[in-house]
Design a protein around this ligand. Structure first.
Ligand SMILES: [Zn+2]
Length: 198
């Protein structure tokens, strides 16, 4: 572990862009004692002070209790796709393999949907993989693996969703903390995840 004095010395030599990059993307991976050094450096250089707010939000991790409440609040949201409110909004991992001759396209996407929209998406991707996955060298190996994984996951959907939501909440701590954590801001968060998968 580097002594703090050395880290401080190092940070002084970084250019502004590097400091901004660390503040925006990497502060969560830093040791807690390094955060004041980063924040001081932002101040010293007169960079945008919102960066400090962002670093604070990113590093204000959700407790177990807060995470459970967020997962529960998300499950009660209106479904992003069908707009129904069925208290069943979950995270789904959707895998699809499509191949043709030398092309093989395998994708893993995350969707947060009500159980009925999620299951229907899951079956569509399963059938797509089943019919279109095999037609390349890579596809021959990847297709059965993906199908078995997906079918197994169907039985553990609740557990899988819980794990995925915990990871998403952790990965988006800063974004969530910057919002008000009410239904509207959670719906916006869900929309961002789904739109990235579209
Ligand atoms: Zn739905």
């Amino acid at each position: 572990m580097y002594p703090l004095e050395d880290i401080q010395e190092n940070y002084r030599t970084f250019d502004d862009n590097k400091i901004i990059k660390i503040a925006l993307n990497e502060s969560k991976g830093l040791r807690k004692e390094v955060l004041p050094i980063l924040k001081k450096e932002i101040e010293r250089r007169n960079l945008n002070l919102n960066l400090i707010t962002w670093v604070d939000c990113e590093n204000n991790s959700f407790s177990e209790k807060e995470t459970n409440k967020l997962i529960n609040d998300i499950s009660n949201l209106t479904c992003w796709k069908c707009k129904a409110r069925s208290n069943s909004v979950q995270a789904f991992e959707i895998n699809t393999v499509i191949s043709l001759l030398i092309l093989c396209n395998d994708s893993t996407k995350t969707w947060i949907l009500c159980s009925s929209c999620g299951q229907s998406k899951k079956w569509t991707s399963l059938l797509t993989t089943l019919f279109l996955g095999w037609w390349s060298k890579k596809g021959i190996f990847l297709t059965p693996y993906t199908l078995i994984k997906d079918i197994t996951n169907l039985f553990f959907q609740n557990k899988k969703s819980d794990k995925m939501l915990r990871e998403l909440i952790k990965a988006n701590t800063g974004t969530l903390r910057s919002g008000s954590l009410d239904d509207t801001s959670l719906e916006k968060f869900v929309a961002t995840i789904n739109e990235a998968s579209e």
